[in-house]
Design a binder for this molecule. Structure first.
Ligand SMILES: Cc1ncc(COP(=O)(O)O)c(C=O)c1O
Length: 407
């Protein structure tokens, strides 16, 4: 039997300073912004500095700062510019901020199944969801673990369909020589409070494609042609800019990103070594040519062996101050009212009223792998400030919980 830890430990949390790296660099930049009196990125230096540094770090031609991860997805979809009723293949295990932008742009989300271990979409599941109306594919690298991009890009390139990578949860994860988020046509990142780097709310969009970059820039800026000879508002678009204050914080965070990510990987590997072989649970599955950057650390809980499955495990961990999320978002996103009741613009049911027959078929029985994946997953909080003591504590608590629930 594994020994119970002697005392309850408080783990660093990404919701406050215990688990965030905010400090002197951000304060220094913020002071510079305040003293300059220029808080808008249309005039200040920090928005541009952030975009330049982000592009350089990720090895992409264009990077734009924006208001949130949801805004990033909205910008990406707007850049691809679907016609109302066109389809975008995506995943239902994601944040709603990655789905409502599709509806705002008139696109029908068509959900691909997921791998039951990674909860990510796969080339095969995407292929099953494609139709003659597919305008784009969104792949979501969940929890810091990249999707199988080689296979997905091969499929998408064969069909000539652009891939948008939702990398909101995944910063600096390697896929071969590239970073997740820089492989498809457009990559989207979130800078929200709990992400690898944060400015409270915020986002980034990246691309290597000049034409897409132009549309992305315009969509962030009410489609006003800044710098053009005869600028105008060229098309329907919003103000999705970040402020200089946020950009200053994000720039400080970017400077620490590499070390934050490396800390997360190192400690996660320690946990994996400690938990491997524990009966009833499995440690994360990572593709051979990829690195996992552990936004969260997911266990797969086998409820044929563990009494009460992931929910019972979470209950025991909570008693030890470890606040995990059994079943992650609990139900597939398409089971939320916005999809089930088609609550969109007035009573129009737009864009579902334009959907190809069968495209908007959001019945849970069509998604057995998604249901299984959500049933089995136990999402442990993870953080760049975890040290070996924290990891040892988590490992002991997980092991004792597992042993006490083993059937
Ligand atoms: C996968 C994914 N996509 C998109 C978003 C939306 O990002 P934001 O909350 O910054 O709007 C999130 C947010 O958590 C996310 O996890």
């Amino acid at each position: 039997m594994t020994a119970q830890p002697e005392k309850i430990m408080n783990l660093p949390s990404d919701q406050d300073s215990t688990g965030r790296t905010l400090g002197d660099a951000e304060l220094g930049y913020l002071r510079e912004v305040i003293e300059s009196g220029t808080l808008t990125t249309t005039k200040g230096r920090f928005g541009k500095a952030l975009e330049g540094a982000f592009a350089e770090k990720f090895g992409v031609k264009h990077a734009f700062a924006c208001a949130s991860g949801s805004a990033a997805i909205h910008i990406a979809v707007a850049a691809v510019n679907p016609n109302p009723g066109d389809e975008i293949v995506t995943t239902s295990i994601t944040d709603m901020g990655a789905l409502t932008p599709l509806l705002y742009r008139g696109a029908i989300p068509v959900f691909a199944e997921v791998d039951t271990k990674t909860l990510n979409v796969t080339a095969r599941s995407i292929e099953n969801a494609l139709s003659e109306r597919t305008k784009a594919i969104i792949v979501t690298h969940l929890f810091g673990n990249p999707c199988e991009m080689d296979e997905i890009m091969e499929l998408a390139n064969d069909r000539g369909i652009p891939v948008i990578e939702d990398s909101a949860q995944t910063f600096l994860a390697k896929v071969g020589d590239d970073y997740a988020g820089t492989i498809g046509a457009i990559g989207c990142f979130s800078l929200q409070q709990g992400k690898h780097m944060t400015t409270g709310e915020g986002g980034m969009v990246v691309t290597n494609d000049d034409a897409l970059a132009r549309r992305m820039f315009l969509y962030i800026n009410k489609a006003w042609g800044y710098g053009d000879k005869n600028p105008d508002h060229y098309f329907m678009a919003l103000n999705y800019r970040l402020s200089e204050l946020q950009a200053a914080v994000a720039l400080g965070q970017l400077e620490k990103l590499e070390s934050s990510v490396q800390n997360r990987i190192r400690t996660a590997n320690v946990l994996t070594d400690m938990l491997n072989g524990t009966d009833g649970i499995e440690t994360p599955k990572v593709a051979e040519n990829a690195s996992h950057v552990y936004w969260k650390y997911c266990l797969t809980v086998d409820d044929s062996k563990i009494q009460g499955g992931s929910v019972a495990m979470a209950g025991l961990l909570k008693e030890k101050n470890i606040f995990s999320a059994p079943r992650y978002i609990v139900k597939p996103a398409f089971m939320c009212q916005v999809f089930q009741e088609k609550n969109t613009l007035g009573d129009s049911q737009f864009p579902f009223n334009l959907a190809r027959e069968g495209a908007a078929d959001y019945r849970i029985e069509n998604f057995p792998a998604t249901v299984k994946a959500l049933n089995d997953v136990l999402v442990l909080p993870w953080n760049e400030k975890y040290n070996d003591e924290h990891v040892k504590y988590i490992a002991q608590c997980v092991k004792t919980a597992t042993e006490s629930l083993l059937k």
